[in-house]
Design a protein around this ligand. Sequence first.
Ligand SMILES: [Mg+2]
Length: 405
Amino acid sequence: MQFNTDRKNLDDIVSNAKSILLIQDIDGVCIPLVKDPLTRKLDKNYIYAAKNFKDEFYVLTCGEHEGNRGVNRIIERTLKNKIEPKKNGLYFQGLAACGVEFQENDGVINFLGISKKELNFLSNVPKLMQPKFSKIIMDLFPEMEKHKIEYHISKSICETRFSPTINFNSLFDLLENDWEKKKILQNKFKLMMDEIIDEAKSVGLENSFFLHISPNLGKNNSGEILKTATIKDIGSTDIQLLLKGAGKDSGVLCLLNKFIGKKKGIYPFGENFNFRDSPKTIQEKISFCKEFINKKDMPLIIGVGDTITSQKSENGFNYTRGGSDRSFLELIQKIGHEYKIENQILFVDSSYGEVFRPSVNNTGLNGISDPEDILKFDVIFKNGPMEYINWFINASKARFKIKNN
Ligand SMILES: [Mg+2]
């Protein structure tokens, strides 16, 4: 399959469009992928370039801004300063935790749509997980010493504020090629997370949360389906507890609302619009935009992501398409079609990192897209995050010039 790496049209748009809204994923796009998220790195010049975009740039990520695993800590580490980012507005503005955690560039955060009861429950989840986790380890690794168990607790239970997660990788490393034991571990962790959902239900939070399994085998009536290990494929590597309604495509509506609201002083969907108010399907989201946003207020949207998948299904006749950036990029593309605006979809090849991904340089778009895929990329950055970061820095300079002339 052919793909375009030529950026001339994109650069013309950046230098000429009156109003641009750049919505960008973070990991794999401006941060190379790594196995241990605590070692993620940012380019200093990228941080300053993001700031120069002013209100034309927002991030949209499933990681979080705050906490010891947050992007804010990477920014502080990169700038070797904890005061400057706040003082000079160098934190990334936009949505994290899959559209739930909004941050201004001075680090002020809000999370509309979440109840106090949900927040309290979320903060308690890592503590609920710990004894269950220890029991699973003691069953499977009866010899393991206490300090080793503590180590794996710290690696495997991610105490993120809005999306507490169990990650299987540190225990998988111990099991090497023993896929049968990995399968047992995956099933036990799935049961453990089901118990957390049951505990939420027992305190009246039956409609608050769902389990997001990565990667998964799609969905059935009881939710996302665990992909258990086989001799050839490691399968699922983590399970997140997420708030119902969280999703990047809803995030696009929230950011569009912010963007127009800041510019015009009137928020088209209302000032407190959040992920829980968002219509569910893509078609409903488009109709919602058309009802509340006039063409003259609609910016040209540039969407950037790296996680898009397409796999031929076992019968060989159709494709299963997924990837956490697919939904929001499809929405941006469709909004462009509806409003007859040349919205741009940019894909960054993140296969250069430590995490296995298909690479456009080796196999073209195989595993990423297919000829019948409705999502089309306008530009592909085939050399990964470094190439994208260079483009981003130049684009930011071009926009800065236009805005300050
Ligand atoms: Mg990504």
